[in-house]
Design a protein around this ligand. Structure first.
Ligand code: NAP
Length: 335
């Protein structure tokens, strides 16, 4: 490939993203300077957080600026290097952006050794940021104990599928909330969740009562809004509410209103804690080793929803997340 294409932010979206929020720009394939290497991007991680990165305003990372390459975690192969630690042919993972080729100085980049029988996309999923988020969110922020009941929203998504499975590995009861009967069936029949509730079927309140008879010790929330509000009604005494994300709110055109059932925290002597996985960066190696072991033992199933396409399909693939098309980690594999 002699030219490289990049998605550059053109406008701050209002509501759901649209293709015109980016400019698709063609450029020469870059050459590495001293201490740099060039990566050909093969897999783009499609994350709900991308929608937030497009907004102006204070967050846990600076917003993508107008004219900048759209931020994205990605997997790729080094095609040219003038860097002492990275050689041509290395498979690497990092924040390479939505583009065919990226130049890197190695900051925040990890080498990846692809294992037989594990798809490359898994290194962006359960063996990447997704798995790390589930691991630290559940075990550190949620302080999971054997015998606990874990209720996870967005359960059939990338983080959610890992949370429920880790809960089971640790001897807890796992109850998921997901959209639609097929996703719910998969959670129970393939991933070993004890129960799954279809929030689109209505009467979430009674379904939660039915499936969490001993109430909930860890509420791991990926979704926010009404689902979080209903989850709060089921807290056990001393429960930990883990605020991982709020995907139902990311396309809001009006400001988010907080959960009206927050007094459940007082009644249950519960805590509600937000977290960002990056804060655990110094412990990633330990977590990746554990997650890899569980995968190799067949105890943690890596579930990816890989869409194969040209980089031009990026805006429509990002929209699929908010439509709930994906089961497991959504990845765009660049053709
Ligand atoms: P994901 O769950 O794989 O994908 C999004 C899912 O959210 C969809 O499949 C859909 O599933 C559900 N959804 C979409 N719109 C919704 C709505 N309006 N109401 C309810 N559910 C909706 O995404 P992920 O990568 O695993 O991320 C999950 C959450 O973790 C996100 O909130 C993300 O921002 C957060 N996160 C946080 C950190 C951190 O460090 N704190 C790190 C990574 C991710 P259904 O079909 O079931 O509706």
């Amino acid at each position: 490939m002699s030219t490289s294409r990049q998605f550059r932010l053109a406008a701050r979206p209002v509501g759901p993203v649209k293709a015109s929020d980016w400019d698709l720009v063609e450029a020469e394939v870059p050459s590495p300077g001293e201490g740099e290497f060039v990566v050909e991007v093969t897999h783009l991680s499609i994350d709900p957080a991308m929608r937030g990165w497009m907004n102006e305003g204070r967050s846990y990372v600076p917003p993508v600026q107008i004219g900048e390459v759209m931020r994205a975690l990605a997997l790729g192969r080094v095609t040219a290097s003038r860097h002492p630690r990275f050689a041509e042919g290395d498979v690497v993972q990092g924040v390479f952006g939505v583009q065919d080729h990226a130049v890197s100085n190695g900051d925040g980049v990890q080498k990846v050794t692809l294992a037989d029988g594990i798809s490359p996309a898994a290194y962006l999923g359960v063996l990447g940021m997704t798995g790390l988020t589930a691991y630290f969110g559940l075990l550190e922020v949620g302080r999971l104990q054997e015998g606990d009941t874990v209720l996870v929203s967005g359960a059939a998504g990338a983080v959610g599928t890992a949370v429920g499975q880790i809960a089971k590995i640790k001897g807890a009861r796992a109850v998921g909330i997901a959209g639609g009967p097929e996703k719910c069936r998969l959670l129970v029949e393939q991933l070993g969740f004890d129960a799954a509730i279809d929030y689109k079927a209505g009467d979430l309140h009674n379904a939660l009562r039915q499936h969490t008879p001993a109430r909930v010790n860890v509420l791991f929330d990926n979704v926010g809004g009404e689902v979080l509000d209903q989850g709060l009604t089921r807290l056990a005494r001393g429960a930990r509410v883990v605020i991982c994300g709020a995907v139902s709110q990311y396309n809001n055109t009006e400001s988010v209103t907080g959960p009206s059932n927050y007094m459940a925290l007082l009644v249950s002597r519960a805590t509600m804690t937000g977290f960002v996985v990056f804060d655990y960066a110094d412990r990633y190696p330990e977590a990746i080793a554990q997650l890899s072991q569980w995968v190799s033992e067949g105890r943690l199933i890596s579930l990816e929803h890989t869409i194969r396409g040209d980089i031009e399909t990026f805006p429509s693939v990002l929209l699929e997340l908010f439509k709930g098309t994906n089961t497991g980690k959504l990845v765009l594999e660049l053709a």
